[in-house]
Design a protein around this ligand. Structure first.
Ligand SMILES: *Cc1c(COP(=O)(O)O)cnc(C)c1O
Length: 411
């Protein structure tokens, strides 16, 4: 049956009405920074309180078995895996994205011992490059990190490349790489791929298995709303993962942690990418936060995200013409992730002034005002109000105050 468009739209609006009610958002705030720190879903506080009081407080160490804490990294990993097209049990939740990236890099280099080049692009998030630099220095094996511009990646692939390490969605501009095409191009020259999904998971459809991606990592605290410093996830292609000798060979990734053997033997499957004791309280918060997604199709979220971002671009360009703003994001929705950025010389101060109007976006050096689009709790009304707020900031030069120009530690 073909669903008439209006019914479908209404159905989607209803779905997001429900999800919007699922978040604790302060009154008077329009939150366009869920790409950096997702807001608090209702139910998280209670679930964490239960884990603290009943599980930790009441069951004490017995909770590792009785509350099944020990398998929480895999349970939550499977929930995230289902959102990013991973095979069952191919994702575990552990550590931070930075650390997971280094695990994946080490694995990829190990699987291509005769190759020395690690290829990435200048749109990558700095920690990814830093972790690669640190690993290369520690290995001392003549590896080289080659960083090209995003549109030169495909041409830079050749048979010297051991691994291609990319973030799918550029954290500054929102430019989206084609995971499918670049993974195929990497495989065609015998290279492996490592995808950072920090701005993809929970933002757009990802098909790791369909793209035959080799490794992937991503954050729990951005579009997945797991809370500040929520543990990250790591994916390893099931047919590769059993060939990895983990760089961080910790006891939680051992085949039999409680046999307490003197030598490391890796667990089977993705479990070998675990290292130490999992942060149960943070994992519980992330697990509870994922309940928001029950019954929500990521394709629906993606369609809404594109149309809301298009609307934001139109509204800002119409209202704020003549103030020196310049769109930094791709104009075509299918070439963008779920954010919109504008260049503006006084971007930092403007973002501060906009916050004073109740609209929270963020600033990325050198001059980007960045707005995350999260349809779970942002709709057309919020987008229009945010653009109107920015118009006020620019027309009334509200940014032009010395106290707004001093940068805080975290921008
Ligand atoms: C946010 C982000 C990270 C953060 O890594 P942490 O280890 O969680 O601090 C890594 N990579 C990308 C692409 C990001 O956007």
């Amino acid at each position: 049956m073909v669903v008439p468009f209006s019914d479908k739209t209404q159905h989607e609006a209803k779905a997001f009405e429900r999800t919007k009610q699922s978040f604790c958002l302060p009154d008077g705030i329009i939150y366009l920074d869920g790409n950096s720190l997702g807001p608090l879903p209702k139910g998280v506080s209670e679930r964490v309180a239960t884990a603290v009081e009943e599980e930790w407080g009441g069951k004490l160490i017995r909770a590792w078995n009785e509350a099944d804490w020990i398998d929480l990294p895999t349970r939550v990993g499977n929930r995230i895996g289902a959102m990013i097209g991973a095979e069952p049990n191919a994702v575990v939740v552990a550590d931070s994205t930075s650390i997971n990236l280094q695990k994946a890099l080490a694995a990829a280099l190990q699987l291509r011992p005769e190759r020395k080049v690690l290829l990435s692009d200048s749109g990558n998030f700095p920690t990814d490059l830093y972790m690669a630099q640190g690993l290369i220095a520690a290995l001392g094996d003549g590896h080289q990190l080659k960083v090209v511009s995003p549109d030169e990646v495909e041409d830079a692939l050749d048979d010297s490349v051991a691994a291609l390490m990319l973030t799918e969605v550029d954290y500054r501009t929102g430019r989206l790489h084609s995971m499918k095409a670049l993974t195929a191009a990497a495989h065609a020259v015998g290279a492996l791929t490592i995808w950072d999904l920090a701005h993809s998971a929970g933002a757009l459809p990802v098909d790791l298995a369909g793209c035959k991606a080799d490794f992937a990592v991503g954050c729990g605290y951005k579009y997945l709303n797991g809370g500040p410093g929520a543990p990250a996830f790591i994916y390893g292609r099931p047919d590769l993962v059993d060939r990895i000798k983990p760089l961080q060979s910790g006891w939680m990734g051992h085949k039999a942690p409680f046999a307490f053997e003197l030598d490391y033997i890796p667990a089977e499957g993705a479990d070998r990418m675990r290292v130490g004791t999992p942060p149960i309280l943070s994992l519980t918060a992330l697990d509870a936060a994922l309940d928001v997604w029950d019954g929500i199709e990521i394709d629906t979220v993606r369609a809404a995200s594109i149309s809301l971002a298009d609307l934001l671009i139109d509204e800002i360009e119409r209202r704020c013409a003549g103030f020196g703003l310049r769109l930094a994001s791709p104009r075509e929705g299918d070439r963008r992730g779920s954010q919109v950025s504008f260049h503006f010389d006084e971007g930092y101060a403007a973002i501060q002034a906009l916050q004073a109007q109740g609209v929270i976006g963020d600033f990325r050096a050198p001059d980007l005002m960045r707005f995350g689009i999260t349809p779970l709790y942002i709709g057309e009304a919020e987008i229009i109000a945010a653009a109107a707020g920015l118009e006020t900031v620019l027309k009334d030069r509200l940014w032009d105050q010395p106290n707004l120009k001093t940068r805080a530690k975290v921008t």
